[in-house]
Design a protein around this ligand. Structure first.
Ligand code: TMP
Length: 262
């Protein structure tokens, strides 16, 4: 994976379906814009691009492949093909949305990224190392936040929020996906990735508070590293930047209430 050398930071949210990562990714985007006065851009995988659109049809069970034997039932795509489609969608996403924004100095907040491929597509047939291989050329996130919510709670949340059940959303599958996530996180951390696990089974405002704390800790390190790199060109004294950062509050309850997406 390539390091992000652009000015904008790349922060990723991961979690099981129903873990609230979409809500939290939107809240963090709003926090950057309204509390830090910095440009931030929310984006999501699967994307609205051509490959993402196809994936969404498969996920919502509206696209099946005709069976080769005329009498057999139509079949869904196997996980190897799914992993390739997700990797293709990710390449398109990086090229067309993520990298141009990072280059402009905009922070990109992504709702799902490659850990989802490692967790979801390695449940059945697709091999973990191979999934890493097909994602080899992507940009490494600067920070990944995994919202940990018990699978039973996720299923309950989805039943009350949605009228349909998507491909991977049954309890047995989500139990296996969670195990895969935790395994992938452990391995990725040993490879130097910055990943925070946050308890997502709390009210959204408390999850947001914990997210903001994790992001502030990360930004503190960024400011310190930048100070070391650009000793002479530092425009704003580091102490002042740090004080401003530490004073930045999470969003308030009314600000949070405006965004509740699941
Ligand atoms: P969401 O729109 O609710 O996040 O759902 C997207 C689904 O796609 C979710 O079940 C996870 C799945 N997914 C994968 O299986 N692999 C991937 O690489 C990505 C990005 C998502």
């Amino acid at each position: 994976m390539k390091a992000n050398f652009f000015q904008g930071k790349f922060i990723v949210f991961e979690g099981l379906d129903g873990s609230g990562q979409t809500t939290q990714a939107h809240l963090l985007t709003k926090w950057f814009m309204e509390k830090r006065n910095q440009f931030a851009y929310y984006t999501k995988e699967p994307t609205d691009g051509p490959v993402g659109a196809l994936l969404k049809l498969v996920l919502s069970k509206r696209l099946f492949c005709a069976a080769s034997n005329g009498n057999a039932a139509p079949r869904r795509l196997d996980e190897t093909s799914m992993a390739l489609f997700f990797a293709a969608d990710r390449a398109d996403h990086l090229h067309n949305e993520v990298i141009p924004k990072l280059k402009e100095g905009v922070h990109v907040i992504a709702d799902r990224y490659y850990l989802s491929s490692l967790a979801y597509q390695s449940v059945d047939t697709a091999d973990y190392q191979w999934i890493k291989e097909i994602n080899r050329n992507i940009i490494r996130p600067d920070l990944t936040i995994f919202l940990d919510v018990p699978p039973g709670i996720c299923v309950k949340r989805m039943k009350t929020q949605r009228w349909h059940v998507e491909l991977y959303e049954d309890l047995d599958n989500l139990e296996r996906v969670r195990k895969n996530f935790l395994l992938a996180i452990e391995k990725s951390k040993t490879e130097g990735e910055q990943i925070e696990i946050i308890d997502g089974h709390q009210p959204p405002k408390d999850v947001h508070k914990a997210v903001v704390q994790a992001v502030k800790n990360f930004l503190r390190l960024v400011i310190a590293a930048e100070k070391n790199q650009h000793q002479k060109t530092d425009q704003q004294p580091t102490q002042q930047q740090l004080a401003l950062l530490m004073e930045t509050e999470p969003l308030s309850e009314p600000e949070i209430a405006a965004i509740q997406l699941g």
